[in-house]
Design a protein around this ligand. Sequence first.
Ligand code: COA
Ligand code: THG
Length: 588
Amino acid sequence: MRILLLCHSFNSLSQRLFTALRDDGHTLSVELDIADNVTDEAIELFRPEVLIAPFLKRRIAEATWRRLPCLIVHPGPPGDRGPSALDWAVMRSRAHWGVTVLQATAEFDAGPVLAHAGFAMRPGTKASLYRREVTRAAVGAVREALQRLPLPPVEAPPGDDGWQPLMRQADRAIDWRRDDSETILRHLRAADGFPGVAATLFGQPAHLFDAHPAHAATRARADGLGQPGDVIARRGPGVLVRTVDGAVWIGHVRRAPAGLSGPDGLTLKLAATRAFAAECAALPEWPAPLERPADGPEADWDELRYEEFGPAAARVGWLEFAFHNGAMSTRQCERLRDTLRTLRQRPTKLLLLAGGPDFFSNGIHLHDIEAAAPEMGLMPGDCSGDSAADASWRNIHAMDDAALELLTLTDRLTIAVLRGNAGAGGCFLALAADQVWAHAGVVQNPHYKNMGNLYGSEYWTYTLPKRVGAAQAKAITQGRLPIGAAEARRIGLLDAVLGEDAAELEVLAREQALALAASPDLAERIAAKAEQRAADEAAKPLQRYRDEELQRMHRNFYGFDPSYHVARHYFVHRKPHAWTPRHLAMHR
Ligand code: COA
Ligand code: THG
């Protein structure tokens, strides 16, 4: 079928559907929801048989939904309607939730239901549930809905939720003096990644994000310190806030209204320890041990976590780096690099790099970089050559240093395990490992050009052509399109697709890693890897790849063309697109 995706932005769900439906053999094109006449024009040009709206905030015009079937993907079960579906589900601690594919009619989300799929809820953030459970269910439901076309709509179980209004900050409010940790966590999870919960921190207004429970040891240590609402310690990006019954970690905040403010009057989302740097200076650092279990009494929250398993002769290391939104600031890159250095001492045969549960990595931290730019006036390009360029330069070097640790770890095998999506530099960080494994739902964007024509770094000019060949490397980087797991496997960007989601992948990756670490030819494989690396180094040193890439990046950051600075500004402030990028609007 010819399918037009109409979306507010080409977000993760839209990208997943785009890759899945193309895999199924459909012909896809994308139009961003800019104006009704632009949508009309897209329909004229592309002549789709069906329009799918995976992520749409505006009403589809009557002339459009009368002209062709328009399928709305709603992140709620049949009968549920409204713009804050998942927020309410998390807030109300619903045990099960779902996704509905319905036909657009005059009333929001009230049209005939074509398909729906359910899932068990998990104590994660709204954004995490959206990227994992909702997205997986949506792919299934959309496929089912397409098979039903042009049949009459299916019978759906009558929903009892009905219309739910837009959730307001008043609905999200927390009271440090009254609410227990569970309530605070629930409210913050329902508001994460957007819009956060308006509250106070250090007695100052801020929107809070990225909350995590304090585990047993931390709670014991916090006992008796400060009053509910007081910040008592710091760790990584986050601060520890006392609650009436313990404490919670707050990883990220948007301060208001002082400092650099975006169009919505709030500052950028930054690590709490950065946004409140002055206030945090006096706080004690309460580190968590790097090596610790994921759950149980010894579990604890931090960005990095390491564990080992397997017999002494076939030991496997598992390193997680759960950086919020997969964005890696200079500080985070340095922490990863230092951790990789210490792990060289471990007697492992295999090191698995498991990234975060929602994202593997999205490369350099664009919000952190933007925060280095002075307040920008009418000309966003004015900031080229200022401290945002310096911050970018430092971040790229730190990212390269982390990739280099992997590339030069030649006395064991390394495997990137993609539990979530990867973008830009994050994809090439994965390619610095010997193998890349992912589950079927992982979408990668292994290119840089969408961010103001960045040239790219992370030794991609070494790793990408080596893996996929020069022609395919060119097609990927010029094409700028998201690549699903199946296609990535076909073209050699992935070595294995294990399981349907992150949970299945985690189990299968551990099994396969143990088998690989115990395989009789492992020593041979490691020797071959070291030899290959030495031969590659002799042919062209890694430093030269790095220098050549950085020469181009220097031009992107400091040169005459401000495209990168403009694109970054638009990205971090979520400014709406004025037109659909041409690599997506294929009909144009
Ligand atoms: N730096 C800072 N923040 C980033 C980021 C980065 N590199 N990549 C993603 N994010 C943030 C987004 O701002 C957004 O923030 P929010 O929680 O406030 O909403 C969140 O992560 C999710 O991003 P979003 O674009 O909504 O997710 P998605 O899954 O729909 O799309 C990408 C994923 C990778 C296509 C998109 O995030 C992207 O283009 N990222 C930039 C990649 C890049 O150019 N990196 C720099 C070059 S190395
Ligand atoms: N029929 C038609 N068009 C549609 C839908 C439909 N467009 C997309 C829409 N479904 C997806 N669902 C919703 C449901 C409610 C709202 C938006 C999208 C909504 N919006 C508020 C408004 O427009 O005033 C504002 C919400 C906000 O600010 O985020 O209530 O079924 N034809």
